[in-house]
Design a protein around this ligand. Sequence first.
Ligand code: FES
Length: 154
Amino acid sequence: MLGKYQVDPIIDRWHVDPDFVIEMFQDIQDKFRFIPQEALNRVAERTGKPRGVLFHIATFYKAFSLEQRGRQEIQICTGTACYVKGAPDVLAAFERELNIKSGETTTDKMFTLSEVRCVGACGLAPVVVVGDDVIGGVSPSMASEIVKKYSKEG
Ligand code: FES
C-alpha cells in the first residue's frame, strides 16, 4: 500500500539500479522538497540497498533533507553581535508570530524558522535572513510585518 509519496516512477526511471540511488534521491528531493521516510523505504525495498546506507546518503549530502522544510526559511542570527543587540527577543517574536519553535516548520509548510551564527553583517545587528535577503536592525515588533511580506512572496 503506497501513500502520497509515490516514487515508483522515479525508481523505474533509474532502472531500479542500486548504483543510482543518489540520482533517485535527487529526483525525489526535487519533487517533494525533501526525502520522505516512505520514499526512502520504497527505494530500499525495490533496489535492495540497505536502509542504513540510504539514511547515511540522505544525511550526508546537504542537498537532501529528511524533513519537509518550509517554502521560505527565516534565519535569526544569534551570533554574539546580534545576541547582545536583542536577537533572543527577535527570535521569540518570530516564534510567537509563526506559532512554532526554532528548528520547526509551520503546518502549512510556508516557513521554517532557524538560528544561524553570524552571517557577516554584524554592523546591521540584529540580523534576520529570509531566503537571499539580509534584513538588518530588526526589532521584535517587525516580526509580523516580515512574515506578512514573505507570505506573499512565497
Ligand atoms: S553576529 Fe549577527 S551578523 Fe554577525
